[in-house]
Design a protein around this ligand. Structure first.
Ligand code: 5AD
Length: 441
């Protein structure tokens, strides 16, 4: 009988992408992938360390794996494992601690382990040139697949641990990126989400290459109906890139551009290289150039020294820009970062109440954004079908849509179905299929 491997993933799209790649690796080594709650021989926890709460959730998942099966091999990998291997070791629950490097041979390493001894393979990122070559992330039958084309970050945002745990900026060579995109398409993906830690600087370590250049090539792959960009820094948005986004019809009108704060003083303390007004103009320009653009963002509330007035300014800018979706983070002090040394750390109650306010504003703006599409006809790439009930998927603007269907819907998976958006049910939009189908749109 095949051995079973179970995965639990925390954090960002890069982590989810890497977990899928690791699953492919285990499948290729003869394992069957099971649910995390099931009995398995191997549990892999792909951890996150972006906030103190991410650390906590990572530890909780490691403990849960051990409780699920006392005899299984438990592997802690990812950013928390990379940043705090000693803490993982002290928990005395994992058999293998491995960070964000050298996981190409993970199944073999796991085979060589013995329960009861702990192997710690974490080593610091030095001037890493290598790109960890895990197999492409497409597991069979996925309609949307992640493609990691870039790794690491050279920015030094004062609050952030990511450069430490992900190492310096590296890009996947373009030929390999194209080859991997092709493989995803062949495995059934119709939408590819390009991911990276600092995606917008893709190619800056390779000669004469930019993200725009790669997009041009990716846009030519037949049957790749949609390309989506996961996250871009404000300073990486060049006229050339915007031209490419507009000119390549498969690129989705959906950009995630972290703002972090709407106050100039706080942005400077965060070591973010732009002024609030520059972001505002950028957003206005993008919305003018890309019709209906879905612009989403990350915001940190309660940064050290943030006064009520700073917070008000952040709220105002967020409202003026009108984001389609927001991820709100309560500032979390990370050991070893510059911001941890600043004065004026705020009590949790203040962070909590500012976070609630910001989340509420985000929900209001998201709902206003969705409403604009009610009554319009949109192409929906169907990812999931519940027979005789509905098909569910996303529009290019990343609106989640549920299309009513009876018999017709049975064959919708992986297809683009045009639907009239009828009503906003909160997180999902209810829709009716319309007759004409326009492939590729
Ligand atoms: N505290 C709170 N949020 C943080 N982020 C990164 N570091 C911290 C921190 N120390 C958030 C940022 C980033 C997102 C991935 O995580 O908003 O864009």
């Amino acid at each position: 009988m095949k051995k079973k491997a179970a995965f639990f993933t925390l954090g960002c799209k890069v982590n989810f992408c890497e977990s899928e790649s690791l699953q492919v690796l285990f499948e290729n080594a003869g394992y069957r992938i099971t649910n995390f709650e099931d009995q398995a021989d191997i549990y892999v926890i792909n951890t996150c360390t972006v906030t103190g709460y991410s650390d906590h959730k990572s530890r909780k998942a490691i403990r849960r794996a051990r409780r699920l099966s006392p005899d299984a091999i438990v592997v802690a990998t990812g950013c928390y494992a990379q940043g705090a291997p000693d803490q993982v070791r002290l928990m005395d629950q994992a058999d293998l601690i491995i960070g964000n490097q050298e996981r190409e041979k993970l199944p073999e390493i796991v085979e060589s382990l013995q329960r009861g001894t702990v192997l710690d393979l974490v080593r610091a990122h030095q001037n890493d040139k290598g790109f960890e070559m895990l197999p492409p992330a497409g597991r069979r039958g996925r309609t949307r697949g992640f493609l990691k084309i870039q790794e690491g970050c050279n920015q030094r945002c004062s609050y952030c641990l990511v450069p430490k745990v992900r190492g310096p900026l590296r890009s996947l060579p373009p030929e390999e990126a194209l080859r991997r995109a092709q493989i995803l398409v062949e495995s059934g993906c119709r939408e590819v989400v390009l991911t990276g830690v600092h995606l917008g600087l893709y190619g800056s370590d390779l000669q004469n290459l930019s993200l725009a250049d790669l997009l041009k090539e990716l846009g030519k792959i037949p049957d790749l109906l949609r390309l989506r960009l996961s996250s871009l820094e404000p300073s990486d948005i060049t006229a050339e890139l915007v031209e490419e986004i507009i000119g390549t019809k498969t690129i989705c009108p959906h950009l995630h551009i972290p703002l972090q704060s709407g106050d100039g003083e706080i942005l400077r303390l965060m070591n973010r290289p732009y002024e609030p007004v520059e972001y505002l103009y950028l957003a206005k320009w993008l919305k003018k150039e890309i019709p209906g653009l879905s612009l989403s963002t990350d915001i940190i509330v309660g940064f050290p020294g943030e006064t009520e007035e700073h917070h008000r300014r952040s709220m105002k800018l967020v409202r003026d820009i009108g984001f389609s979706r927001m991820h709100v983070f309560k500032y979390s002090s990370r050991p070893g970062t510059g911001a941890a040394e600043l004065s004026g750390h705020l009590p949790n109650e203040v962070k909590e109440s500012r976070s609630r306010e910001m989340i509420k504003l985000g929900e209001k703006l998201a709902s206003a954004y969705r409403k604009k599409f009610i009554g319009s006809i949109q192409p929906v790439l169907v990812e999931k079908v519940v027979p005789f009930s509905y098909g569910e998927g996303f529009t290019p603007h990343y609106l989640r849509v549920r299309i009513n269907s009876e018999i017709k819907g049975l064959h919708w998976r992986g297809k683009v179905i045009n639907a009239r958006l009828d009503r906003d049910d909160g997180s999902c939009i209810g829709a009716t299929p319309i007759k004409k189908r326009r492939p590729g749109s």
